[in-house]
Design a protein around this ligand. Structure first.
Ligand code: ADP
Ligand code: ZN
Length: 435
């Protein structure tokens, strides 16, 4: 298949990529130092001058930026250019607290859309495709980013936004959508709804889906591929660096190529801030090499993953990041044990359950409790009560093996867990109410 949107960059040699990065970082650090007082103060505190940064190897000398800095500097403190040069703002979803806003010049938007175009072409997109974008439009970056990328590729773009699932399906069928872009949880919901309406996976014209904005497991990928009859590809990004398209999956489906001509990635130890060698699991840190409106240097994403420079069969040379297993702040500490929601999802899907679940954490008599509500399919629900109880015990056992602690599992009737049209809310942590 090997299709590239910008082959000269996407398959450039390591030396060429380094040359681009080194040239951009020197300019970018100088620009930020001169224009962003907030970051200049951080650099001064650390005793780093722009002249100290001669190549990307020197990036490790720079101070980090965190979400707390973004909130401190809200709204204009990290602006990298005169506001009159900016043409757009977007905002985070606020999944983990107060929203932050990011600014874009027209050049920033063009680059962002090119990154999304690379992702669409990587899944086989051309100007003959009908691309249905059902990420939310508006302040959230998902809709605008993929919409722009789809235009650049020349696909017939359906700017559906999220929700109104009946209409999504009607347009998908009537207009013959071939590519669909949304959150994986919404893709699963659309697949479920299609089946309920009596459609088989081969009844739609879809060939590929580009799913991101939230963590999802390989088990979830297989479920979506089956229910929609497509190949499901991952895409990653965050508002702070532009939006989706910072990295994207190719046909190999073994991690996402980071657009290294625009973003420099590091993996650090989240406790010490030390840069870790390739192949280590740690927190992903990004430096935007050419953003003008919101040029963040060494931004700590809190996403936990691994980078790999292993040769990819697609011919792309850009470094790959593994699927983030969730953010460091998604990690639940339950009775001293670290638990990621994605581990629970893996067990559920492996045991034949649907991805319709919710995790409830609480504290009773000073001890943490972990409850997992899991919805049954109509077939599973028709089992006898005794069978359902046996299923609950079996799931608790499988989870204890995976997590090291045992949750309480509650199997619920069909349709009792609310479906997601955007980012799914998987965890309700009531402990915060008591703190
Ligand atoms: P918020 O931080 O409020 O959710 P964003 O909408 O900017 O705001 O979301 C960016 C975050 O979404 C990332 O930092 C990451 O945690 C998550 N994310 C985005 N894409 C993926 C993906 N493909 N896999 C896992 N997590 C993802
Ligand atoms: Zn590849």
């Amino acid at each position: 298949m090997a299709n590239y949107y910008q082959p000269e960059i996407e398959t450039a040699s390591r030396e060429k990529i380094l040359e681009i990065q080194n040239e951009k970082i020197v300019k970018q650090v100088k620009h930020v130092y001169e224009n962003v007082e907030y970051y200049r103060n951080l650099m001064d505190e650390k005793g780093v001058k722009p002249e100290d940064i001669k190549s990307v190897d020197d990036i490790k000398k720079l101070p980090f930026l965190t979400k707390a800095d973004l909130r401190d500097a809200y709204p204009y403190g990290l602006l990298g250019t005169d506001i009159k040069n900016c043409v757009r703002i977007q905002s985070t979803s606020g999944t983990t607290g107060k929203r932050v806003v990011a600014f874009y010049t027209q050049n920033d938007i063009d680059i962002w859309e090119e990154c999304c175009a690379r992702a669409i072409v990587a899944v086989g997109g051309t100007n003959e495709d009908v691309c249905q974008v059902c990420y939310g439009y508006g302040l959230f970056t998902g809709g605008p980013g993929l919409n722009g990328g789809s235009h650049k590729v020349g696909c017939l773009t359906l700017p559906m936004s999220s929700g109104n699932t009946d209409r999504q399906i009607q347009f998908m069928m009537d207009l013959g959508s071939t590519i669909i872009c949304c959150t994986p949880s919404y893709a699963a919901y659309i697949g479920e709804t299609l089946a309920e309406k009596g459609y088989k996976p081969e009844d739609n014209k879809l060939k590929a889906g580009i799913f991101g904005a939230e963590p999802w497991t390989e088990e979830m990928r297989r479920g979506i591929e089956k229910s929609l009859g497509i190949k499901a590809y991952d895409i990653y990004g965050l508002t702070e660096t532009s939006g989706p398209g910072v990295s994207f999956e190719c046909e190999e489906q073994t991690g996402m190529h980071i657009n290294e001509d625009h973003f420099y990635a590091e993996i650090i130890d989240p406790e010490t801030g030390e840069v870790l060698p390739e192949g280590s699991k740690g927190e992903l840190v990004f430096t935007s090499l050419d953003k003008e409106g919101f040029p963040l240097l060494r931004y700590r994403t809190r996403d936990i993953c691994v980078l790999s420079r292993e040769k990819c069969s697609c011919g792309r040379t850009h470094v790959k990041m593994s699927k983030p297993m969730g953010r460091s702040d998604d990690m639940l500490i339950i009775r001293g044990v670290n638990v990621f929601p994605s581990q629970i999802e893996t067990v559920l899907l492996n045991e034949g359950y649907t991805p319709n679940y919710q995790i409830i954490v609480d504290r009773v008599n000073n001890s943490d409790t972990l409850d997992v509500n899991v919805e049954l399919t109509p077939e599973q629900f028709s089992d006898k009560v005794g069978d359902i109880e046996a299923r609950e015990r079996a799931l608790e056992g499988a989870m204890r093996t995976m997590l090291g602690i045992g949750p309480k599992v509650h199997l619920l009737p069909p349709k009792s867990v609310v479906r997601s049209e955007g980012k799914a809310v998987r965890v309700i942590d009531n402990r915060k109410l008591h703190d």
